[in-house]
Design a protein around this ligand. Structure first.
Ligand code: XMP
Length: 325
């Protein structure tokens, strides 16, 4: 029978046998897959592993700092931090079309990945958090026709675009390739990943950039970050985090009239998106207590300058999607 301990031991042996004394690059995102991967590889090959974290500037408030602190100080796994915030913001400046936004972010990611892997490299292997469902999906695309070995054609960065340039087609190390998501969680837990990572809600690769409808600006990012933090704080305080698949804020690029004190306001609305789901393919809007909605609404309008209205999305998927872009 399958046990996490046996899996961990066998996987560490496998990694060592495959990699030998070569160097491995891993792009860390902070999710459970890449974090579990980093743990296993670090245990297996120590400083032959380089973890790289590319900060696009679209993460939630405090998350890049939290991720670095956890890895460096608590797990004692070194991380190369790449601050690419300005270039990602520049690459989508003025872009309002959702697909175009995603594409540009994906291409920029590949460009930064390429530059940084050349700067830190050379590397022989790329570690990817490929899971069993991804292996099936990419059955032939990732196999080198000459050697039959799996090679990196794309990088699984949660961006769906961006083939790797030819000279960057690393060989792959994919220790999670036989696992389903719930098994990854079990393994992660058994090797000591904290619950905050093991049970983290899904977060899209383009991050907050697709939760600001229309043009993304530094000002809008700051507003959304502050509103989103309040959503997370209240969800946690009320102990509903684990009942939900995702819980987040969306900023709409329109303004409506409100009143504060005796002042008329004209500011952005924030949409609350709280959903339950089994796998993200279908979802239902969450029936959370009205009091929780009220607290979130009051706090956002009172504490976040630039927002004067909060609305609750009561659309299920289908016909809605979970994200708004
Ligand atoms: P939708 O919005 O299509 O999302 O109902 C379904 C699930 O996928 C997540 N999502 C993404 N994840 N890269 C990702 O890694 C993306 O570009 C992306 N877009 C959506 C979404 O958060 C939800 O969990």
């Amino acid at each position: 029978t399958w046990t996490t301990d046996a899996f961990v031991e066998e996987t560490i042996r496998e990694i060592r046998a495959k990699v030998g004394d070569k160097r491995v690059l891993l792009a860390l995102s902070g999710g459970v897959d890449s974090s579990t991967l980093a743990f296993l590889l670090h245990r297996a090959i120590g400083d032959q592993l380089t973890c790289m974290f590319i900060d696009q500037g679209f993460m939630r408030k405090g998350e890049p700092e939290r991720l670095l602190k956890l890895f460096r100080e608590q797990f004692h796994i070194p991380v190369e931090y790449v601050n690419a915030r300005d270039r990602f913001l520049a690459t989508i400046a003025g872009v309002t079309d959702p697909e175009e936004k995603r594409k540009r972010i994906g291409y920029e990611f590949i460009r930064v990945f390429e530059e940084e892997s050349k700067r830190l490299g050379p590397f022989d292997y790329l570690a990817q958090g490929t899971l069993y469902p991804d292996v099936i999906e990419s059955a032939d695309t990732n196999v080198d026709p000459q050697t039959g070995e799996r090679v990196a054609v794309k990088i699984k960065s949660h961006h769906n675009v961006g083939g790797l340039p030819k000279d960057l087609r690393f060989k792959l190390v994919e220790p999670l390739r036989k696992l389903f998501k719930d098994e990854v969680r079990k393994v992660g837990r058994s090797i000591g990943l904290p619950e905050e990572i093991v049970r983290r809600h899904p977060f899209p690769g383009p991050g907050l950039a697709i939760r600001i409808l229309g043009e993304v600006t530094a000002e809008r990012l700051e507003i959304l970050r502050d509103a989103d933090l309040i959503v997370r704080q209240e969800i946690n305080r009320n102990d509903v985090y684990h009942d939900l698949w995702q819980a987040f804020a969306v900023l709409l690029p329109i303004r409506s009239v409100g009143v504060m004190g005796d002042q008329r306001t004209y500011a952005y609305p924030i949409v609350l998106r709280l959903v339950t789901s089994e796998d993200g393919m279908t979802a239902d809007w969450a029936r959370v207590p009205y009091d929780l909605l009220e607290t979130i609404s009051n706090r956002i309008v009172n504490e976040v300058a630039g927002v004067n209205r909060v609305v609750y999305d009561i659309t299920s998927k289908p016909p809605g999607t979970i994200e708004w872009e």
